[in-house]
Ligand binder design. Structure first.
Ligand code: ADP
Ligand code: MG
Length: 272
């Protein structure tokens, strides 16, 4: 595989990535010199104050627009636009109200011309796996927020992407629903050996779900530091991880990194 073969198990690579947004108000440097490598099956979280460029990094990973500088590689190949290898899950579920749950979950398959009897059977199995057995014929308005996010997860997984990008997918949910969904996502992605990048402003969520947590600073968005999650916490389910003795310490380390950067400058936006 040539030079790239050296990093065979790296699924995602960001190389010296910078992005400048240009609009009628001028140009602003959103993220600068981001280097990041994510291995197959890894779960990485990006945390940082609002406006530090987390969503920008995910959008660049998804190929929604090209970076101003640097490169994004997916399985060694340069990302040049949206790809079926990448699935995106957002805070809003964007379910189509006029479609059944089953047809919503199959949207990606339909768009990519892969809707067949057997792929629809796989959709039914996924709906069951995410805890919605028999809900396929129902409509989004009949479901709670947590159930709708389960459909969004099934929809994301239905096209069998290699990488999942998760942008605050739990932040609109009540705490106990959010904790249940964290466990569901963790369990499902581990079983399917998916690689994931999660953006969240919830430090406990990042600590409980990830193998690695990347802390970003802002103005411009840069990687400030990276914390490796200790094995004991990493290998536990998110719910159990929160109960482990080392968890609080990990949380406090993350907290102090974010706190330190607020004191260093960058205006405060009053928290979130
Ligand atoms: P986060 O997700 O961490 O809150 P974003 O990636 O959304 O941060 O934004 C990073 C910076 O880029 C912010 O200063 C934001 O105002 C700016 N930004 C984001 N999207 C655009 C855009 N489409 N046009 C201009 N500036 C943008
Ligand atoms: Mg964002």
């Amino acid at each position: 595989m040539g030079a790239l073969g050296l990093k065979r198990d790296s699924v995602l690579e960001l190389q010296r990535l910078s992005h400048v947004y240009v609009n009628e108000k001028g140009a602003s440097l959103a993220v600068e010199n981001i280097d990041l490598t994510v291995s197959r099956g890894q779960f990485v979280s990006l945390v940082g104050p609002s406006g530090c460029g987390k969503t920008t990094v995910l959008s660049l990973l998804a190929g929604l627009f090209p970076p101003t500088k640097g490169r994004v590689l997916l399985s060694g190949e340069r990302v040049q636009g949206p790809s079926p290898k990448v699935g995106y899950m957002l805070q809003q579920d964007y379910l189509f109200p006029w479609r059944t749950i089953r047809d919503n979950a199959a949207v990606g398959l339909e768009i990519s011309g892969r809707k067949t009897r057997s792929s629809m059977e796989a959709v039914d199995a996924l709906l069951e796996e995410v805890g919605l057995p028999g809900a396929g014929h129902r409509f989004p308005h009949e479901l709670s927020g947590g159930m709708r996010q389960r459909v969004a997860l099934a929809r994301t997984l239905a096209t069998d992407p290699e990488v999942l990008l998760l942008d605050e997918p739990f932040s609109a949910l009540d705490l106990h629903i959010k904790l249940q969904l964290e466990d569901l996502v963790d369990q499902t992605l581990k079983r399917l050996c998916k690689t994931a990048v999660l953006v969240t402003h919830d430090l406990a969520e990042a600590a409980a779900m990830s193998d690695r947590v990347i802390v970003l600073g802002r103005n411009p968005g840069r990687i400030r530091c990276e914390l490796a999650v200790p094995d004991e916490i990493r290998l536990a389910s998110p719910m159990n991880a929160r109960k482990l003795p080392g968890f609080q310490e990990l949380f406090e380390r993350l907290w102090s990194e974010l706190d330190a950067q607020d004191e260093e400058g960058g205006e405060s936006d009053g928290g979130q």
